[in-house]
Design a protein around this ligand. Sequence first.
Ligand code: ATR
Length: 287
Amino acid sequence: MEIDGKTRTCGLIGNPVEHTLSPLIHNTLAEMFGHNLVYVPFPVERGRAAEAVAGASALGILGLNVTVPYKSEVIPCLREVDSLAASIGAVNTLVRVSDGYKGYNTDMEGLYRAMTAEGVKLAGEEIILLGAGGASRAVAYLCAVKQAKRVYMLNRTVDKAKLVAEEVNRSVGREVIFPMALAAFDDLPDQKFLAIQGTSVGLYPNGDQAVIEDEAFYRRIHTGFDLIYRPWETRFMKLVKENGGQAYNGLKMLLYQGVIAYELWNGVEVSEKEAQIVYEKLKKAVS
Ligand code: ATR
């Protein structure tokens, strides 16, 4: 692209940012749409996220993505926060408003769009959610907000799952998250489930691990979503497939969190055909 006096800037703040795939997503979309826009990574030193947001605002930066470790830290610096992001307490996308930014959580909207694209719904469903860390907590909110019937949150440290369940259930005003120990999966109702894998187990370079190994668990899963996309096929996914289920990795979530951010920044709608072109590029980059 040609940079001139009218080029708009978007970017990513985080630490580290060197391995991000977001420039690939946004610069590809800008090229496809013919937008005069460039997306760059901004490494931000610890403790300077507030300065970074204020500086971005002063520089007229159109939009920012926010990654680890600043997803919660930037919230007090924002003019507004979208309701899902406010419930989760984490934002990954800042959209320019007058005199500052509004925060969104397109990670979760991205996961939702990825699931919808595969024909999977959350409303009315009974879901198994593995993990109770930051990622799984956000997924728990997503499931609750999208009207899942029940979410069985299985975690190694059951007390952590209990805390998340109490918090989410209180926030949405109904009993939707049910905490359980990983080892207690046999107590689940006798039916097939949608399962979302939100732990860090199985992440590269530990691709040979899954948080539960017992095949009896996987026979209960009709569809499995892993938030991990490195390796391409996680052990969780392999076990789901070997036991007759469909399995998806987290790359479409990454794709759609970017697509939704791009739509918010530019007021456009990215078609499925356009998203697919970006997806192919992402796939090439991770494999
Ligand atoms: P993130 O923000 O990516 O979710 P996190 O907050 O550190 O990361 O959470 C990691 C999740 O993976 C937790 O659910 C953790 O279980 P505990 O709460 O019991 O620690 C889970 N996890 C990590 N390593 C694990 C392992 N070896 N076996 C089982 N669960 C594990």
